[in-house]
Write a protein that binds this ligand. Structure first.
Ligand SMILES: Nc1ncnc2c1ncn2[C@@H]1O[C@H](COP(=O)(O)OP(=O)(O)OP(=O)(O)O)[C@@H](O)[C@H]1O
Length: 633
């Protein structure tokens, strides 16, 4: 009973509805018409819920998804007619055909980002129709395929279909719920919100999208096989109709794209409205008109769909209480066991390295990047030694962030080589670099704002194993580790809050916890102090030091010079896309070139300062120790 009470309210309501749907034909067995309407609603719910995996979770809109229903129908129709098998027994083969075609199409189309996918999905639907018309020896062309009538008594015509579709609908929703709970599901939402960022935290975006597209086709294909039997007749025009795809989109948008139950609710609403329009509005033309109008109204007035709108209203009425936390205090209260466990894990990862402490971990060799006429990074060299906290400082626009993008794979270099941990990485996809232990944060935080804080931290994938991809993101090892990392940055209590609700400084800390999930060897921190309040800054510095002691190397871009001088060694100074000086902080702060190019007069030592005699002599000594780049001189 207590387990039942702990279930979220939505699951309880869904369970109750399921019981009512199971009982309906029992209490009302002699009503084939309403049963028919309901089973078509189940069919639409199966399609909408499946479509939601690729288009709701991953954000890739498919406008040709009804193609999978047609493929399933034809697979089963052809097998049933040729081999005399009952369509219900071979319906799963409809799902398998759909998956195979989805993988083939997805492998080509989903390597790209954005709109090409939408257009190609429509083209594929039309191509499937043309194939069905022309492959007459298999499909019987425009004449279509007539299947045998169901073997059960006509009086029960709809009841077996009703239950088959109800079961398929429940399986589809459970499948969709399971996907959303895994790191695969979290990765799909990450792709929807910010594909570039998702790639940088180890999400193999190509693989994720192809698997999502295939997963979104299976139950539709299977349902298509059953549909052929239900109709007992299939033809190319009916099986590959664009209106079918529009209905799926409309149902999901109405209920709430990206939610678990939204597509099901939307399917019931759209099916009932569609039935009403056909019966009372004078046939299928009225249905098209109603669909068009409904789509317009949904986009204009319910852009997020019914379920998210109700949820938002509910949250406003019943705001979740979050205890106020003094983060600085929270950081010092982090359970020792958590810190030690994370430290041990990080140390274990770094011990496996080929590169020993003090050796070069990151080696940037003669790298350039041009934007039109502007050379943002100009034949730059940079080395980061294992175990160091290296700073990269320089004036605004000197190319520091661009260099970070080149190292992490967000941009491709025009020339030069980048080596990390003994491997050349400049040709690698960003997620491969992440799997090697290269993590980064962003100057302007790029958290996935619609995910919770915990989901953000659990989303990164430290390797490319399928087991990691399908591990549970809500419970188990991954979720526990995410909680520990959140504790380390003092934000454990915000775990279930939407990331967008946090302050900017807190988001910076979540991004640091997120990157730690990658089990990184090197973290590129882009202006970690920007927007973080001064009292928290000291704690942030401590977290960086603590991680560094565990073996993590840092390359930090930062304009807060006191912080840099306190935390980092060595310091590399960039100007006009290339380093002009490199050395320990106490020497960099007095290097005349650096003072001229970046630090300015505020940092210039006054005569008599430093207590070492003539400051001019000091500076001369400093210059001897600081590696000042010949090229720039
Ligand atoms: N995607 C882009 N397209 C065109 N120009 C760009 C792009 N990204 C950066 N730049 C330009 O490249 C130069 C270097 O920019 P970058 O952001 O790397 O400098 P930065 O040293 O990180 O500056 P800041 O300290 O202000 O963050 C700038 O002149 C910038 O306008």
């Amino acid at each position: 009973m207590s387990r039942l009470r702990s279930l979220p309210r939505a699951h309880l309501i869904a369970g109750l509805c399921l019981v009512l749907l199971l009982l309906y034909p029992v209490v009302n067995p002699w009503q084939p018409y309403p049963q028919g309407v309901m089973l078509l609603a189940f069919l639409l719910a199966i399609q909408a819920s499946s479509w939601n995996i690729i288009s709701g979770y991953a954000g890739y809109i498919s406008l040709g998804h009804s193609m999978f229903l047609g493929l399933g129908s034809y697979t089963v129709g052809v097998l049933a007619v040729r081999f005399g098998v009952n369509p219900l027994w071979v319906a799963p083969l409809g799902g398998i055909t759909a998956v195979v075609i989805a993988v083939l199409i997805g492998s080509v189309v989903l390597r790209t980002r954005g709109h090409a996918f939408v257009i190609i999905t429509i083209a594929m639907l039309l191509a499937a129709q043309i194939f069905a018309v022309n492959l007459k020896s298999i499909t019987q062309g425009s004449d279509g395929i007539t299947l045998e009538l169901p073997f059960w008594d006509r009086d029960f015509q709809n009841i077996p279909f009703y239950y088959v579709y109800l079961i398929l609908m429940v399986l589809t929703v459970l499948f969709s719920a399971w996907i959303r709970r895994t790191k695969f599901g979290t990765g799909l939402v990450a792709i929807r919100e910010d594909e570039g960022k998702a790639a940088s935290i180890g999400v193999n975006t190509t693989r994720f999208k192809i698997v999502a597209y295939a997963a979104s086709s299976f139950f539709i294909g299977m349902a298509g096989g059953v549909y052929a039997y239900y109709l007992t007749f299939i033809n190319p025009v009916g099986s590959f109709a664009i209106l079918g795809s529009v209905t799926i989109v409309l149902a999901t948008l109405t209920g709430g794209r990206g939610t678990l139950y939204g597509p099901v609710i939307g399917a019931f609403i759209v099916q009932l409205v569609s039935e009403g329009a056909t019966v009372y509005g004078g046939g299928s033309n009225a249905r098209v008109l109603v669909f068009g109008l409904a789509l317009m109204l949904v986009v204009l007035f319910l852009p997020k769909g019914i379920l998210p709108t109700i949820e938002a209203w509910w949250r406003r009425r019943h705001p979740e209480k979050v205890e106020y936390t003094d983060q600085a205090g929270a950081l010092s209260r982090v359970p020792v066991t958590a810190t030690e466990r994370v430290r041990a894990e990080i140390a274990a990862v770094n011990e496996k390295d080929e590169v020993a402490p003090g050796e070069i971990l990151l080696d940037v060799r003669g790298v350039s990047k041009r934007f039109g006429g502007l050379t943002a990074v100009d034949n730059a060299d940079l080395t980061v030694r294992k175990g160091s906290i290296t700073a990269l400082i320089g004036p605004n626009g000197s190319g520091k962030t661009t260099l970070f993008n080149l190292i992490s794979g967000g941009m491709a270099a025009d020339s030069g080589e980048i080596w990390f941990d003994g491997r050349r990485i400049d040709g690698m996809r960003p997620w491969r670099r992440g799997h090697l232990g290269l993590g980064r944060t962003y100057q302007v935080t790029r958290l996935f704002k619609e995910m919770t804080v915990q989901e953000n931290v659990v989303a990164p994938l430290p390797d490319s194993r399928w087991r990691t991809m399908f591990s549970d993101a809500v419970r188990g090892h991954e979720a526990a580790r995410a909680r520990e990392l959140l504790d380390i940055v003092g934000l454990g209590r915000f775990a279930n809050q939407p990331a967008g609700a946090l302050s900017y400084g807190q988001q910076k800390l979540v991004e640091l916890a997120q990157v730690l999930m990658l089990e990184p060897k090197l973290i590129l921190l882009d202006e970690p102090a920007g927007g973080v309040n001064p009292s928290l800054l000291g704690q942030l510095t401590e977290v960086i030091r603590e991680l560094n002691r565990s073996g993590v190397t840092f390359l930090i871009v930062e304009h807060n010079i006191p912080l840099v001088l306190d935390l980092c060694d060595p310091v590399v100074v960039f100007s006009h896309g290339a380093p002009i000086a490199e050395g320990p902080p106490e020497r960099i702060r007095t290097d005349p070139l650096v003072l001229d190019a970046y630090l300015g007069d505020d940092w210039r030592p006054a005569d008599g300062d430093e207590g070492t005699g003539d400051p001019a002599d000091d500076r001369a000594d400093d210059r001897a120790d600081t590696t000042t780049r010949e090229a720039v001189q």
